[in-house]
Design a protein around this ligand. Structure first.
Ligand code: NAD
Length: 250
């Protein structure tokens, strides 16, 4: 039996990178997938790929930092698929504008907070009532190696992902009585399209070079995500899982 048979999964940022890999994998494992992304062109390609393979998917143009967008995405998910079981807060990522506290443009601080922290907060806010009504579910957040250990030069992103990390633990406590599990993945250096654009040679990145298994690829994070949202992880909540080639351990 497929690992997400009859489940409905809402994935933010599912048009590219780790989110795209997760959308394809979750659909392959039987889930109907709501692709919530602001990139409608790439999002439509993901939906077409899932449908081409016989799966079910729907794109809703969504900026996760906009409450009305998130509410609409959740509403369309329920209307199209009849419910919701899995929420994967994946949208986010640092930009080259990030840096030291004393140097970051202030708008970049709020952009990062808006997408990475407020976006995860909003998606939880609008999906939790449906998960409670459903009698349980799984929320998976996305933090980062940069929130697991001291790293330099992305202070807005580090702060936002630190917030996601602690929010994950608080929600795990609050929602256990409703049989809703809340975990997070903490990726290390992953060669997604955005990271390739930013870094060029990912293997030359100092953090990648200090990683015992070297840098990763989106599917490696997607496989860990699949485990955490599946019933195989039914006794796991409040966990921050590094998926990082060993980077957090050194
Ligand atoms: N790639 C890495 O090395 C790495 C490391 C640690 C954590 N992460 C985290 O993993 C997640 C995915 O990263 P990725 O590298 O796959 O990114 P990516 O840039 O390849 O893909 C991100 C997707 O999110 C979408 N998105 C961005 N802002 C959005 C918004 N406001 N609303 C809706 N959609 C939005 C983009 O359109 C894109 O489709 C992010 O949260 C990132 O912080 C990535």
């Amino acid at each position: 039996m497929a690992r997400l048979e009859d489940k409905v999964a809402l994935i933010t940022g599912a048009a590219a990178g780790i989110g795209r890999a997760a959308a394809l994998l979750f659909a392959e494992e039987g889930a109907a997938v709501l692709v919530a992304d602001r990139d409608v062109e790439a999002g439509a390609d993901v939906v077409a790929e899932i449908e081409g393979d016989g799966g079910r998917a729907l794109l809703v143009a969504t900026d996760v930092a906009e409450p009305d967008d998130v509410a609409a995405a959740v509403g369309q998910c329920i209307a199209a698929f009849g419910g919701l079981d899995i929420v994967y807060n994946n949208a986010g990522g640092a930009t080259p504008d990030d840096g030291k506290v004393t140097e970051i443009p202030l708008r970049e601080f709020w952009r990062t907070m808006g997408v990475d922290l407020y976006g995860s907060f909003l998606t939880c806010r609008f999906t939790i009532p449906h998960l409670i009504e459903r009698g349980g579910g799984a929320i998976l957040n996305t933090t980062s190696i940069r929130a697991m250990k001291a790293t330099q030069g992305a202070d807005a992103y580090t702060a936002a992902k630190g917030g996601v990390l602690t929010l994950t633990k608080s929600l795990a406590q609050e929602l256990a009585e409703h049989k809703i599990r809340v975990n997070a993945v903490a990726p290390g250096v992953v060669a997604s399209e955005r990271v390739l654009r930013m870094m060029g040679d990912v293997a030359a990145d100092p953090l990648a070079q200090a990683t015992p298994l070297g840098h990763g690829t989106p599917i490696e994070v997607a496989r860990a995500a699949l485990f955490l949202v599946s019933d195989e992880a039914r006794w796991i909540t409040g966990v921050i899982l590094p998926v990082d080639g060993g980077a957090a351990a050194v």
